[in-house]
Design a protein around this ligand. Structure first.
Ligand SMILES: *[C@@H]1O[C@H](CO)[C@@H](O)[C@H](O)[C@H]1NC(C)=O
Length: 329
């Protein structure tokens, strides 16, 4: 990639020895080309803060369709939520989406896809930040340090790029104090200490309510109803009825959702055998191999399903698909 620079430098070194006009012209041209290349490279979208929130919604939609299975609610809500937010030139608050569901249902995957469509480098972009509660904030005795650190990170990163993306994984395991520390950034303030946070994107991932969502899907499944007929209102109804109590959801839920700081509540349904098969096929194609139905069945049947008698849903969703596939290959 640095080749043009070397060529230009090399020719510049040679230049005094061969001062013919032709060489001069060539050097000039190369210098212009090299300069242009580097300007283009540093200004190319790859390294740029996407403050305007440019995003190809059609491409995002296609990616979600082709890569995420069995999640009609999650796909629909994230697409609409994100495009609405990005279309708004003056959002009144930062976007906060809360992804709920059990392991392997695609919460991480959808957040990665979103990150990638905002920033070509995806999770590796300097504008995308992921925090994993048990990894980044493991020791309760350091809570005050964590709080300061987290606030400083968010402040500095948003100062650097208004359209920063923050993904909090295992948020149900995060200390209440840390949740408190990020609350102001999700609220309706024009600015805090001179920094405007309202273009930032926050995504919270948790297993909270995973069981309630799974039970709802199981009831639908047992009743022989089409899963795609599960509506957000069904999920919300179930949640308000039952298990979304303080014990399961804890401070996290009460302090953010009750205060309307979360804009979108996104449920992830448990995955059936047919969805697991789709994940396996996608994984096979991603590896550049031909899909072999026998192999797909082998891997799919090697997963654990519940309830035991009916084998309705995969316990780990699509989580271990990649490892299992590697084993059978
Ligand atoms: C931005 O956040 C990351 C954590 O993802 C942190 O390591 C980094 O220091 C922050 N940047 C600034 C300028 O504070």
């Amino acid at each position: 990639m640095e080749k043009p620079l070397f060529v230009v430098l090399g020719l510049l070194l040679l230049a005094p020895a061969r001062p013919e006009p032709v060489t001069g012209a060539v050097i000039g041209l190369l210098a212009v080309a090299g300069g242009g290349y580097f300007t283009w490279k540093s200004l190319s979208p790859r390294n740029e803060c996407n403050e305007k929130g440019r995003l190809d919604i059609k491409a995002l939609q296609a990616d979600l369709e082709n890569r995420v299975f069995g999640q009609h609610l999650a796909k629909g809500i994230t697409l609409r939520g994100l495009s609405g937010f990005l279309r708004n030139k003056n959002p009144r608050k930062a976007l906060a989406m809360s992804f709920h569901g059990s392991t392997g249902t695609g919460k991480n995957y959808i957040s990665q896809i979103i990150a990638q469509h905002l920033y070509p480098d995806g999770m590796k972009s300097r504008y995308v930040h992921q925090f994993v509660a048990t990894l980044h904030f493991p020791h309760i005795q350091h809570l005050d340090t964590y709080k300061d650190q987290l606030q400083q990170w968010i402040r500095r990163n948003v100062t650097d790029c208004k359209r920063s993306v923050f993904i909090f994984d295992e948020v149900d395991k995060m200390h209440p104090g840390l949740i408190d520390a990020i609350k102001p950034y999700l609220d309706y303030y024009e600015h805090i200490g001179g920094v405007d946070y309202r273009k930032a994107i926050f995504i919270f991932l948790s297993n909270t309510a995973g069981e309630v969502i799974s039970k709802l899907a199981l009831d639908f499944w047992k009743a022989g109803k089409v899963r795609e007929d599960i509506k957000l209102s069904d999920v919300e109804h179930q949640l308000s009825l039952s298990a979304f109590n303080k014990k399961e959801s804890g401070f996290w839920h009460s302090s953010l959702i009750d205060r309307n700081l979360i804009d979108f509540y996104v449920p992830f349904l448990p995955l059936e055998n047919q969805h697991v098969r789709m994940c396996i096929k996608r994984e096979i194609m991603d590896r550049g191999l031909l899909v072999d139905d026998e192999l797909v069945s082998k891997v799919a049947n090697d997963m654990t399903y519940y309830p035991k008698d009916e084998q309705g849903f995969s316990v780990k969703g699509c989580k271990v698909v990649s490892t299992k596939l590697g084993y059978y290959l």
